[in-house]
Design a protein around this ligand. Sequence first.
Ligand SMILES: Nc1ncnc2c1ncn2[C@@H]1O[C@H](COP(=O)(O)OP(=O)(O)OP(=O)(O)O)[C@@H](O)[C@H]1O
Ligand SMILES: [Mg+2]
Length: 212
Amino acid sequence: MNIVIGNQKGGVGKTTHAILLSNYLVLEKKQELLILDLDFQRSIKTKWEKDLELFDNEPLYEVLQLDLTEISSIFVNLGNVDGNIIFDLPGKIDDDNLVTVYQKADLVLCPFSYDKLTFESTLVFAQVVRHLNEKVPIVFLPNRLKKSVNYRIKVQVNQLLSQFGKIAPEVSDRIAIQRLDCFSISEEANQAIKSAYDFIISEYLDQRTINQ
Ligand SMILES: Nc1ncnc2c1ncn2[C@@H]1O[C@H](COP(=O)(O)OP(=O)(O)OP(=O)(O)O)[C@@H](O)[C@H]1O
Ligand SMILES: [Mg+2]
């Protein structure tokens, strides 16, 4: 399956959840996967290379960093990859090369937060994805929730986003999530992401054969 992690809004947690979900799928669900880092910032590739020097273990997965302009030609070979492919995208939607990515996606995972600016971007993102791919399931992942904050627009936001896909259980704001690496999941990070990831896996990943 092609699992695309996107939102046109920057800094919502796309890269964080690309890494954490990958670690979770390998460590907890014993799945094989490949990460495709399509962000020009090379966030995942750089982190993965650093962690590879720090840890003695074998890596959980390989990371392939590609320029968005190379994506159309690479899709031909992605069929040979064992397991799921996790795509980490840059925070934009206005690049023509992204059209292929969204058309080939089997699942779009969209981290967001309950502030007005992020919501507006997320809604536009959802409209564009739906326009490009009528069928692809979209899961909205509420991220970085703080216990002390009363998110007044939450009900309204969930209602509007529900027209495009499902809302996953919330992931809270945790230092342990900021301290992530490409080899493990800390107990505290695991607690924060478990409900959301188990929801995504049981709704969209369990019943499908790998790399359909
Ligand atoms: N649940 C969380 N708890 C605490 N910090 C978080 C959480 N999710 C993300 N962050 C932090 O938010 C910042 C932005 O996250 P990240 O880089 O994953 O976003 P992004 O959407 O990939 O950004 P960009 O658009 O620049 O690619 C990082 O410092 C990350 O550690
Ligand atoms: Mg990123």
